[in-house]
Structures are given as C-alpha cells and as structure tokens.
Design a protein around this ligand. Structure first.
Ligand SMILES: *Cc1c(COP(=O)(O)O)cnc(C)c1O
Length: 224
C-alpha cells in the first residue's frame, strides 16, 4: 500500500468502527513511513510484535504515539521494553508477569498489561488457558503485583474460515472477562477486551471487543 492508500484505509476503518472501540494499527514489519502515513490520518495507537522494532520506531517517531506490544515477549527482553509501551497486550505466563512487575518497579514506572487467553484450536498460540486464568484471579495472585496494572484480556480466534468457530472463540474470551470482572469487583480498571484482526474484527466487535488489532487491512500484506 502507498501512503495515500494507508491514509484512506485508516479513515475508512475509523468510520466503520463503532464509537468507544479503539483501533490498534498493527504496523509490525512495515517501515516508519507507513506508520507516519497512518499518523497523518489521525491514528495514534500502533501495535508491534518485536521488541527491537518497537524501540526503533518509538525512538524515531512522534512522542504522542501509544505503542502496544502484541507479540510473544521473551523474559530476557522485558527490561528493554519497560517504559516504552502504553500497553503490553500479550502477557502469556505468570512468570512473564512477575518479571514485568519486578522490572517496572526497578524502573519506577507502572506498566499496563493485558492477560493473553488461549482459546484457539492451534497448539502454537501462546496464552493462559481459561482455567489457569480463572485460578490466577480467584486465588488473588494479582495482589502481589506492585508496579503492574492488569487492564483486561487479549485473545485470538482460531485460524479458520469457519466463522461460527471464530465467533465461539470470541464469546469464550468475552465470557471469561465477564466472569473475572463479576467475581473480583475490587479489580480496578479491568475494562479492556482486545480481540479481532483484519479478517474477523466485525465479529469481535459484536462479541464485545473494546480494542481491535488490525494490520493487513491498513498496511497491506507483510513481507517477513
Ligand atoms: C499480526 C497481528 C495482528 C494483525 O493481524 P492482521 O491479520 O494483519 O490484521 C493482530 N494481533 C496480533 C497478536 C498479531 O500478531
């Protein structure tokens, strides 16, 4: 996509997304110029899946961009990322969460995160199983966090053409979110459900998404 196509895609998407739902423009593997084209169309929230790439772009691009980290985060890269994101959407283990908390405390910042839930059929996707996540909250293990704010959940649907299956996956994610919210009323600011990508975001919105993460529809196909 060229810059004017990217600007157009942002405007169209923003007009299609219902009010109150926030778009994360997934710019991974696309150059800074592409991010700036979206920025010129008013987009301020971008998603990256690799630590070095996020840092490189955040150093080079305007300071009012909010960077969301959406990829699998290796524990040895946490320190570099702390302070650079407005939201780490992909916390996929308790160990990772503990390291984020420790490094945030050391750095004197509070890091906002989402808990990634694994509901998709694929073996390869990262995340907490529904049971693990419920145990984590029911046992109130979040109470030990000192410098991390859990803002909600993130998930991906199965990679399939079966849209009924995709919808079921999103329903599971939203249901889990509601169970946690109902059972643990003292959780403050636990409000976000991040789900839906280029191919399935309208279904995700119908099932309760508050954040959608769209890459290909804005920037075109990625060249890895
Ligand atoms: C790459 C990616 C997206 C964006 O996917 P598209 O199909 O390009 O919209 C969304 N979420 C996550 C976690 C991703 O890794």
């Amino acid at each position: 996509m060229n810059d004017s196509e990217i600007r157009h895609n942002i405007k169209v998407l923003q007009s299609e997304i219902p009010a109150g739902i926030n778009l994360v423009a997934v710019s991974k593997f696309h150059p800074e110029d592409a991010v700036m084209a979206a920025y010129e169309a008013g987009q301020r929230r971008f998603g990256e899946s690799r630590v070095q790439e996020l840092i490189r772009k955040s150093d080079a691009l305007p300071a009012d961009i909010e960077w969301h980290f959406i990829g699998h985060l290796q524990t040895n890269k946490v320190r570099q990322l702390i302070g650079k994101t407005s939201l780490i959407e992909s916390v996929d283990s308790e160990r990772l969460l503990e390291i984020i908390d420790r490094e945030s405390e050391k750095a004197g910042v509070t890091t906002r995160v989402l808990m990634q839930i694994h509901v998709a059929r694929e073996e390869t996707k990262f995340g907490f199983s529904p049971e693990e996540l419920l145990d984590y909250f029911r046992q109130r293990r979040f109470e030990s966090l000192k410098a991390t704010h859990i803002c909600g959940v993130m998930g991906m649907a199965s990679n399939t053409d079966d849209l009924g299956r995709v919808r079921e996956d999103f329903q599971k994610i939203a249901e889990l979110f509601r169970i946690i919210k109902d059972e643990i009323p003292e959780l403050r600011g636990f409000d976000e459900i991040s789900m839906g990508m280029s191919g399935d975001w309208p279904i995700a919105v119908e099932e309760g998404a508050t954040l959608i993460r769209v890459g290909t529809r804005i920037f075109g196909v990625r060249e890895y």
